[in-house]
Design a protein around this ligand. Sequence first.
Ligand code: ATP
Length: 363
Amino acid sequence: AKPWADPAARPYLEIAGVTKRFGSTAAVDRISLGIHAGEFFALLGPSGCGKTTLLRMLAGFETPDEGSIRLDGEELSRIPPHERPVNMMFQSYALFPHMTVEKNIAFGLEMERMPAAQRRARVEEMLALTRLEKLARRRPDQLSGGQRQRVALARALAKKPKLILLDEPLGALDRKLREATQFELVRIQEELGLTFVIVTHDQEEAMTVSTRIAVMNEGRIAQIGEPHEVYEAPQNRFVAEFIGDVNILEGRADAAAGRFVFAVGGWAELPEGAAPVAMAVRPEKIEIELARGAEEDGPNRILGVVEDIAYLGDMSVYHVRLDSGSIVRVARTNRIRALEEPIDWDSRVRLAWDAKSAVPLAA
Ligand code: ATP
């Protein structure tokens, strides 16, 4: 079930026309979006795009200058901070250095006067959930970075707040641990059935963990969609370039001929209703074959010469210089590469793709 696909379903968190200014610049500029209960929602964008400021407004650390944030139908600013069913996990983890792991986890429960027996049971549950049972008596300085990260998560989850906010939670972990922890986060989120909002600048991380992604740029939303939507159907150049690798092929629409003519050679059928200024084609959507004889550019087809091949283990990326001088990148898995005839440096090649693999980009 995808509640966001149902226009009648009311989001659990409703952000409406929210603006936050620092001085004369709007860090968050009239953003509206709805996040549904049980979602793992990612705010993704480059440094300075306003994602942390938006998250801090959800946490109640910042107040919007304009707009409203409703949680479960209630205006957030009217709920006193300690009664908000929201908890934030910080990038710095912010653990108490003099307290053991279990004390760190229990702290918030003590503050809200949870009875001791219930508290102990909850701490046990959180230790098990985050696989920290054996480390319960250690202090933060006796833990690795990854273990500290799990303590911070256990602490943020302990009260089982309905909404968990994660600010670059895996930023300090090395790549391997980071990838493993992404799956752990999803497991925990699904097990508890809570709503997570994560801030990240790492598009692979956002794609891995989230149900939907809001791609942000300069305080605004560039696109909201499921991971495959923002990857396969970017609505604009910013999203196409920020998510994954892409070739942007400039050109002009020739409406009379029903064609979009690429500046680099070749053309595509002009999609109905669209007035693109460029088209985005992912490197792995392009087929590369040795060109034979006197071939010419054609529909979704361009000729060029292999100038460089980057071997990446699972795949190889071919840099192909087109006759127009531009470079197009083509990715091919090495499983396929091993089966087909070798394409080497200086080979003359034909690049071709399905019409639907070229995504029109508006100005
Ligand atoms: P990063 O990934 O680098 O943390 P971000 O996308 O989270 O970036 P924000 O931290 O939300 O971006 O900042 C957005 C803009 O608002 C930036 O230009 C930043 O300099 C500015 N800004 C954020 N907080 C403040 C503040 N307290 N005072 C003044 N300007 C601020």
